[in-house]
Ligand binder design. Structure first.
Ligand code: SF4
Length: 355
């Protein structure tokens, strides 16, 4: 059987720093199932050029949950959500340190500290700065802060405290954003990402796929991230949590998730691409295949939903011949399972059935 060379020619383009045409990008998203492995092989060649066979681990801490005045339709923490989640104000520093200890134990390179809300007030912001300094004093962990909309002054204060990366997801295309949220705009989100870049910090911004958007919206989001020179790109697949506005949306299957990840690798060739929320729910038995285009995952649970156990993640990585990456970007050479418990107490919600 002759393998169509198109996917490898797209990989050649990506490796040369050239942008795929819109028709080529659409072709990736609409390819038949029997070309999926060839697509993944092409995306893996691009991934390998920058990231080798290393997998970065991030650990997510929801340091303040729920009670958010914004109306993001996908979010169980929004004021318009009736989802049954645990709601709490900013955690005490002891709890944050426990999470940092856990992140280090699981060999995560980055602790992602997230708080719900449109933008942090000064009291909460001060607590975040204190927590960042405490974590940095104890652990060799990089810190990514995800605090909502931020101005340049706030970004600089985070940098001074020791934050390496600021996350603020664009979430979807400019065109589709009004279908998802009305209490802030796409431009508001772009401005925060731009402020992070201007401060000389690492930018982290990605999206949520499967919210009813078109193929062109999927492409436009990637192009916006490329234009903003974002360095780290979390790719979430919508978990339609009961009680949220998007609870009935079912758009994805494992193969489409893999096509999206392959496209993002071809459009964002050197960026860190992280398979984020929805990995277990949407990729299911195909999870490991996502590591061919993507080079990063969250270990442990998500903001308000469960992930698989850390040992299952580590087993998946080892079984496929990938290796963990240290916080310094090297290949981890020790025993990845050393000190990793069978399971931790889990996030409060059960997995959502999207089959
Ligand atoms: S701003 Fe953040 S926490 Fe608030 S509803 Fe939107 S995504 Fe959820």
């Amino acid at each position: 059987m002759t393998v169509l060379p198109i996917w490898q020619s797209l990989a050649d383009k990506a490796l040369a720093g050239d942008l795929l045409s819109r028709d080529e990008a659409r072709a990736v998203l609409t390819a038949p199932d029997d070309q999926l492995l060839d697509q993944l092989a092409a995306a893996y060649r691009v991934r390998r050029a920058t990231w080798g066979n290393r997998v970065r681990l991030h650990f997510l801490l929801n340091a303040q949950s729920g009670l958010c005045p914004e109306d993001c339709g996908y979010c169980s923490q929004s004021k318009i959500s009736a989802a049954e989640i645990e709601k709490y104000p900013m955690l005490a520093q002891e709890r944050i340190m426990e999470a940092a200890d856990r992140a280090a134990q699981l060999k995560a390179g980055t602790l992602c500290m997230v708080i719900s809300g449109r933008s942090p007030g000064e009291t909460v912001f001060g607590k975040v700065l204190d927590a960042v300094k405490a974590v940095r004093a104890k652990h060799d962990l990089k810190i990514c802060a995800c605090l909502g909309l931020l101005n340049e002054e706030q970004v600089l204060r985070l940098k001074e405290a020791g934050v390496e990366t600021v996350n603020h997801n664009l979430n979807t295309s400019a065109n589709y954003t009004p279908e998802i949220v009305n209490t802030h705009t796409f431009e508001d989100r772009v401005n925060t990402v731009a402020a992070v870049k201007k401060a000389g910090m690492k930018t982290c911004s990605g999206g949520i796929l499967g919210m009813g958007e078109s193929h062109d919206d999927v492409i436009d989001l990637a192009l916006s991230l490329r234009e903003l020179d974002v360095k780290s790109v979390p790719v979430n697949f919508l978990i339609p949590v009961p009680g949220t506005k998007l609870e009935g949306v079912r758009q994805l299957d494992p193969r489409q998730c893999l096509r999206i990840l392959s496209l993002y690798r071809l459009l964002l060739p050197t960026q860190e691409i992280r398979i984020s929320g929805g990995r277990e729910v949407h990729l299911r038995s195909m999870q490991v295949m996502g590591l061919y285009p993507a080079n990063s995952i969250f270990v442990g649970d998500y903001l308000t939903t469960q992930g698989q156990t850390a040992r299952e993640d580590l087993r998946m990585i080892e079984d496929a011949g990938f290796v963990l990456e240290t916080p310094d970007g090297d290949a981890f050479t020790g025993d990845p399972f050393d000190g990793v418990p069978e399971a931790y107490p889990r996030a409060p919600l059960p997995l959502v059935d999207v089959a």
